[in-house]
Design a protein. Structure first.
Length: 401
């Protein structure tokens, strides 16, 4: 059993206290970035309110990769206390530190019941990518012992788990089942009773299978660039945003926050002074949940992963991107949102542009559609507030069967 319910007092602080502390931390990050030698960002001064983040540009992975190519390895960002350098597809290079709970994964593992006396079989990769180190750092932060198992060699994984007495698993959601099935095949009984997973979908049926085996399984949402972003608690009601980041949900292709509860792209500002990423776009979709978690943690909750924000679709041989749809909306003050539908008309592609507006003349938007999307398409007008709030700005209805 854990000695305390919460990892620290930050998890239960008031919204006002959290807002004030995060605003101070964000302004410190902005100062670090602006004053860095060779910084790619201008000095934009201090924010008066945390909500003013919405006025700053969004940083996308493609832009970060470009910066890094021009100013290797970290693109001119003021990175400090680097103990490791990792590589992700792109390539994009991420720094890693070894100070206490540098990736902030200890908060999640504590919520998942990991602590002193546990032996964590860490099945995340240690080669180039940081996932293995992210979870190892978190396990050490909660006082657990780590078996750095990495990926593959399942029979050896079973043998090691038996011999060292692994009590907990860290890895992708599905690989634990592979280990358990191999253990059954080998006639080996394992002592694993808890699991912390990430990097893939945890389907309810798989979670239930683990529960039937006596294994409690919780998931986190983390990235190589940002570390832990959000995590499940025993309440199992959404994912609680980590105390070391500020999360916004924005319309894909823009930096504009969506209405509370609407689906949009997850944009994260890291408060880690060693690697200040401001409004970093994850490319993932989610939505804010109302209220607080029944577990007593008071930070904002999100619904978890709800798809990818990059909805770029090729129509009639031309790529249509969310940024173009945002540009269409921006051309008309009376337009509140737009949605592009890609479909088939016989053997040809067809495009319909649904526009949410109080206007009544569809023809008034035809030129803007061509100018921004570079394609002609049918225009449908919809009353303000009537289009779905599911985060889609480009919907591909074509069947490829």
């Amino acid at each position: 059993m854990l000695d305390k319910v919460y990892y620290d007092d930050l998890e239960t602080r008031s919204s006002d206290a959290r807002h004030a502390a995060q605003l101070e931390a964000v302004n410190a990050q902005l100062t670090r970035v602006a004053h860095a030698d060779g910084s790619c960002l201008p000095d934009i001064g201090k924010l008066k309110y945390l909500e003013d983040l919405a006025h700053l540009p969004v940083l996308r992975k493609s832009e970060l990769a470009k910066w890094q190519a021009e100013k290797p390895p970290f693109g001119g960002l003021p990175v400090a206390n680097v103990a490791h350098v990792f590589q992700s597809p792109g390539p994009i290079y991420e720094p890693g530190g070894i100070s206490h709970d540098w990736w902030r994964m200890g908060r999640f593992l504590h919520a998942a019941g990991f602590g002193p006396g546990d032996v964590v079989q860490n099945c995340f990769g240690y080669h180039l990518t940081p996932a293995g180190m992210i979870f190892e750092s978190g396990a050490r932060a909660v006082g657990a012992t780590v078996l750095p198992a990495g990926t593959g060699q399942t029979e050896l994984q079973v043998t090691a788990a038996r011999d060292v007495g692994s009590t907990a698993y860290a890895g992708t959601p599905d690989y634990l089942k592979v280990i358990l099935d191999k253990a059954d095949e080998m006639g080996v009984k394992l002592a694993i009773s808890k699991a912390a997973v990430g990097g893939g979908a945890l389907f309810p049926s798989l979670r239930q299978e683990y529960a039937d085996r006596g294994i409690s399984c919780m998931q986190s949402y983390a990235t190589a660039d940002l570390g832990n972003i959000a995590y499940e608690s025993p309440a199992m009601e959404g994912m609680i945003v980590d105390e070391g980041v500020v999360v916004e949900i924005v319309t894909p292709g823009t930096g504009d926050p969506v209405a509370p509860g609407d689906v949009g792209e997850v944009v994260v500002t890291s408060l880690n002074p060693d690697y200040p990423l401001i409004r970093f776009a994850t490319g993932d979709m989610s939505a804010v949940m109302p209220g607080h978690s029944p577990c007593g943690r008071t930070n904002m909750r999100i619904k978890g992963w709800m798809g990818r924000a990059d909805q770029t679709t090729k129509i009639k041989g031309m790529f249509v991107r969310p940024e173009q749809v945002a540009a269409l909306v921006a051309r008309h003050d009376e337009v509140t949102r737009a949605r592009v539908i890609a479909r088939r008309d016989g053997q040809q592609d067809a495009m319909t542009v649904q526009i949410e507006t109080a206007g009544a003349d569809a023809g008034a938007y035809a030129d803007s559609v061509v100018a921004t999307l570079k394609l002609k398409g049918a225009v449908e007008l919809h009353a303000p507030g009537s289009l779905p709030r599911d985060g889609l700005v480009i919907e591909d209805q074509r069947s490829y069967d």
